[in-house]
Design a protein around this ligand. Structure first.
Ligand code: SIN
Length: 320
């Protein structure tokens, strides 16, 4: 039975995005009302933060499952933790394993997290994750913050004529190919032999709130379709400048046990770049909720160009 008294406390932490949630132990089953309240906060604030939680892999998975089915760790992760195929571990030491020793010197400086630059998780898939839940296990004493931006606010901040224009556009998102993972490693081969490519509306209508969001990101969007290459570059530059405006963002300082839960349909995020010169440990674990196929303002769905939908199935391309 539901009660009208809130079971959690929700405190916004920035003007356009982000709220702290208190009064809940994520390691325990939540109950219908608490799940509903967290979802409402997520839809309103786009990313919510829980501090000082005590979750292990199994508890993080159980927490996530109360909000939907979970994907496999990552379309190109071969080594999730034993017995927990849903967990994607973000730890720079894993990149050495993925990319090989040569990678370290050249790329570690540019890529402290698994993917550097503003991005929305796995938008190269025809059904990008609906939400992501990231838990910190080990973090440096200083540095290593993550930032999120509100893509609904960025859309709403555009002038009416520009909103009407971008409502009509579609964009290709890809993992591999022109966004190539360089080198000869098994990981590079896996990515480039199993391209993940989708065409999404540039403006996505949120399936639960009905809000429109700018659904492009520098991490995965390769180009706008049906316009020239130079038009695509300039329009995307304009949109990237909008989605990364500081006023639409929030920055989160991690401590072990902290958890961030974001709506991947309405946000992009930025992994840290300020640890490259420091010998510090940073290890976080992520699970992602299986997403639906995006729909644009004209009711048209995204199209799969290469690969397969991102689900609990761990196979990458159609060929394996
Ligand atoms: C992510 O993109 O999910 C990871 C963000 C981070 O490492 O801060």
């Amino acid at each position: 039975m539901s009660s009208s008294v809130a079971t959690i406390s929700v405190r916004p932490v920035a003007g356009h995005i982000g709220a702290d949630i208190e009064g809940v132990d994520l390691a325990r089953p939540l109950g219908e009302q608490t799940v509903r309240e967290i979802k409402e906060a997520l839809h309103r604030y786009k990313v919510v933060f829980f501090r000082g939680q005590e979750l292990d892999h199994a508890a993080q998975i159980a927490f996530g499952r109360q909000f939907g089915e979970l994907t496999y760790a990552h379309p190109h992760d071969d080594t999730p933790p034993e017995g927990h195929p849903e967990i994607f571990t973000i730890d720079p030491r894993r990149f050495e394993e993925r990319y090989g020793a040569g990678f370290v010197e050249e790329y570690r400086k540019r890529q402290y997290s698994y993917f550097d630059g503003w991005h929305t998780d796995v938008t190269a898939a025809v059904n990008p994750p609906a939400g992501s839940i990231l838990r910190a296990e080990a973090v440096p004493e200083y540095g290593g913050d993550t930032q999120w931006t509100n893509l609904v606010a960025a859309y709403q901040g555009l002038s009416a004529p520009v909103r009407a224009f971008v409502d009509t556009l579609r964009a290709e998102h890809r993992y591999g190919g022109s966004r190539k993972v360089e080198g000869e490693s098994a990981y590079a081969k896996r990515v480039n032999d199993n391209l993940l490519v989708a065409v999404h509306p540039v403006v996505r209508v949120h399936p639960e709130t009905g809000e429109r969001a700018l659904f492009v990101n520098p991490g995965f969007t390769s180009h706008l379709v049906d316009v020239t290459a130079s038009e695509s570059r300039r329009i995307l530059d304009l949109l990237y400048a909008e989605i990364t405006r500081p006023e639409y963002t929030v920055r989160f300082r991690w401590e072990p046990g902290h958890v961030a839960f974001w709506d991947n349909r309405a946000t992009a995020h930025l992994a840290p770049r300020d640890l490259e010169h420091l010998e510090v440990e940073r290890r976080l674990h992520r699970v992602t909720l299986i997403g639906e196929v995006p729909v644009g303002p004209d009711g048209r769905e995204s199209e799969l160009v290469a690969g397969r939908p991102f689900t609990a199935d761990h196979r990458v391309g159609t060929s394996v």
